[in-house]
Write a protein that binds this ligand. Structure first.
Ligand SMILES: [Zn+2]
Length: 340
């Protein structure tokens, strides 16, 4: 049940499909909402100028499914009693900080785009998404998923779909779609690592750690360190991600397995970051950022084309350290991708 128009939601459709087929009501309703939003993806709001600081507006849907909802906290205002509001505010700020501090990017469009978010969307809504205009968070049903504002890597993942939208514009299908998903996982994890001041060796390399409700057998939605091991649960099924091209999944589901085969480039990034050592947002992150935003990557880039772009980016940024580009090539080779 994949749709032609992408909805950049954090929970892949095959997970909700499985829950819905087992009769899990919140999943049935969440899928229906996702389908509606796929049909209604919007163009981005106008930028607010070259602000060096974030401009955040958090709204509360009040479970009504009417976007954008009532504004409850704007930039510079003190925390409120509703922790979902504060988590969304902080997660948007942490994402802005990584891109601004490390990569010199002014918001997701590099022109100071206002960061809008809506919390408490729908009833027991089991997802969070970027609709081209704002971030929207469900509370989760409490049985399978908890509050989607709880994980800053999920917020970083979703906003990175915005960065990709404004830069490489990777098509949301097959390998370019899996790259689109993968760069969101990579920078989502980097948002968390940067906020926690973690070295690549200390990070958990998980997406959505703490999102699964108590009792669900799993630690997160995905793992860059060990793709395919994030969960194995009677209701959710088993994490289907491969870590190597020999296990590439050919499927028509999930826009050609965009949330599945993203495990391969995800793992290449993990291997590079840990081989280089130190903070992953530094050399490994810069190489990936340069490849994504360098304006040379075609929108239909496959894994090989992206790997080639990262090797070129490494050579350009670290001309005196040839070992860096060699390490990039070696990391791709370990997941079965040859940059050539
Ligand atoms: Zn995504």
């Amino acid at each position: 049940m994949t749709a032609a128009v992408p909805l950049c939601a954090i929970v892949p459709p095959y997970v909700l499909d499985r829950l819905a087929e087992a009769g899990h009501e919140p999943a049935v309703r969440s899928l229906a909402l996702d389908t509606a939003h796929r049909a209604a993806r919007l163009t981005a709001p106008p930028p607010t100028g070259g602000h060096p600081a974030p401009s955040r507006v958090i709204a509360d849907d009040g479970h009504s499914q009417r976007l954008p909802g009532r504004t409850v906290r704007t930039e510079g205002q003190a925390p409120v009693s509703d922790q979902s509001v504060n988590h969304a505010y902080d997660g948007l700020g942490a994402t802005f900080a990584l891109y601004a501090d490390v990569y010199g990017r002014r918001s997701i469009d590099d022109q100071g785009l206002r960061l809008d978010a809506t919390v408490h969307y729908g009833q027991d809504y089991d997802n969070a998404f970027w609709n081209g205009q704002r971030m929207v968070f469900g509370d989760g049903d409490g049985q399978i998923f908890g509050d989607f504002t709880a994980c800053i890597d999920v917020i970083g993942h979703e906003l990175t779909h915005g960065v990709t939208q404004f830069t490489a514009g990777l098509q949301y299908q097959d390998q370019p779609g899996a790259l689109n998903e993968s760069v969101s996982d990579v920078f989502g994890s980097l948002v968390k690592q940067y906020a926690l001041h973690q070295d690549s060796a200390d990070a958990d390399w998980l997406i959505g750690a703490g999102l699964l409700a108590p009792g669900v057998q799993g630690v997160a939605l995905r793992s860059l360190k060990a793709p395919g091991t994030a969960y194995d649960d009677p209701q959710l099924g088993k994490d289907p991600q491969p870590a190597h091209m020999r296990d590439y999944v050919n499927t028509a589901e999930d826009n050609g397995g965009v949330h599945i085969n993203s495990g391969i480039p995800n793992h290449a990034f993990y291997l590079l970051a840990t081989a280089l050592g130190g903070p992953a947002w530094e050399r490994a992150g810069r190489i990936w950022y340069d490849a994504l935003t360098g304006r040379r990557l075609p929108a239909d880039a496959d894994f090989t084309a992206f790997a080639r772009a990262t090797v070129a980016a490494a050579k350009a940024r670290y001309p005196d350290q040839t070992s860096v580009a060699d390490t990039v090539t070696a990391s791709w080779a370990q997941v079965g991708v040859s940059p050539g």
